[in-house]
Write a protein that binds this ligand. Structure first.
Ligand code: SAM
Length: 329
């Protein structure tokens, strides 16, 4: 098992398939993009599946979420998903995506066994979308969402980050629209993980503010049907339910104490936390001929070193050198 020194057990593996993205969301990276990892440094599909297999078969991973960068631009995605859902014991397999290309891929992904999808959408206004993501792709995302629902990848979840002065007036319209479409909306507090290091605490729209705005239009009650457990989102029934909305207060309401996540970057580094400042290099070990046992031992040691919390509030907090897009959100 992947147990850390505080007794937490990592069962949820986030795998970044590429650091590249076809959007340039302001809270993530600059408009000109970043220096992408050279192809030779990216794990191949076989290497990804080998590490995921070790995680599932030897280390107790029960959930695998593919992310990025943008996972839909990884050509072998459907094959990787099919090989993951064929593992035994079969893990839950999900995808976090910006939805561009999902209109074409939702059917093949569902056929490959994908269980769920989270699509990021921060605005319902195409002009604001272009300002926020620096690309005119709003219609593609909306089409991708519809295709995911049609392909049976339900419940389709929508992730939204609100930014002050840009889209923070859209909390209520976003929830109303998601309710109409049958999507489950989750707001995520903006975290200090942008490549530009432009995050400020004052600029961040907090979970409290989001809930205040939603409460002006909807009756929200804590959803006690399910324990929050290790789930990052605090969930609320909307107008008595059954529809729900989630708020992920990563900064102001951290859930590190029950975190069950571990991450694998597109270049094969294990990260025991989004905010970790050290990584464990499985790619080099694998390419140098390490056995599955050796790789598993490195992975176990990397998780054992996990810190108690992300420490954003510590005066000594240092933003990780890798941005979110290179870690895998
Ligand atoms: N490209 C995919 C997508 O857009 O969902 C997957 C990767 S993206 C890094 C994963 C999630 O992280 C998205 O929902 C995005 O909004 C969120 N994200 C990126 N940077 C963030 C930040 N600084 N704070 C909070 N969430 C962030």
């Amino acid at each position: 098992m992947l147990r850390d020194s505080f007794g937490r057990v990592a069962t949820d593996l986030r795998v970044s398939l590429t650091d590249k993205c076809n959007l340039r969301c302001t809270y993530c990276m600059p408009p000109e993009g970043l220096d992408w990892l050279p192809n030779a440094q990216l794990l191949t599909a076989d290497e990804i599946v080998r590490l995921v297999t070790i995680g599932v078969e030897r280390l107790g991973i029960t959930e695998v979420r593919y992310t990025g960068g943008e996972p839909l631009i990884r050509r072998e995605l459907v094959d990787i998903v099919a090989r993951t859902t064929a593992l035994s014991p079969r893990p839950q397999v999900s995808l976090t995506t910006n939805g561009i290309g999902l209109a074409r891929l939702a059917g093949p992904l569902a056929a490959a066994g994908l269980d769920r999808v989270n699509v990021s959408l921060d605005t319902l206004d195409p002009g604001t979308f272009k300002r926020l993501a620096h690309r005119d792709r709003y219609a593609d995302v909306i089409a991708g969402l519809a295709a995911a629902s049609d392909a049976g990848l339900r419940p389709v979840k929508v992730n939204s980050v609100l930014m002050r002065g840009l889209n923070d007036h859209e909390a209520v319209p976003l929830l109303r629209w998601c309710l109409e479409q049958g999507y489950e909306l989750r707001f995520i507090e903006q975290m200090p993980l942008d490549a530009q290091h432009g995050w400020t605490r004052e600029g961040m729209v907090t979970a409290d503010e989001i809930l205040e705005r939603l409460s002006a239009a909807f009756d929200l009650t804590a959803d006690d049907r399910e324990e929050r457990g290790s789930a990052p989102a605090e969930r609320f029934l909307v107008d008595g339910g059954p529809a729900r909305v989630g708020v992920i207060g990563s900064v102001t309401r951290p859930f590190c104490g029950s975190c069950d996540r571990v991450r694998l970057t597109a270049d094969g580094q294990v990260r025991n936390c989004l905010f970790a400042t050290e990584e464990s290099d499985l790619k080099t070990a694998m390419r140098d001929g390490a056995s599955d046992e050796e790789l598993a031992a490195r992975w176990i040691a990397a998780v054992a070193r996990k810190r108690a919390g992300h420490g954003i509030d510590d005066p000594s907090f240092l933003q990780p050198s890798r941005p979110m897009s290179a870690i895998g959100g």
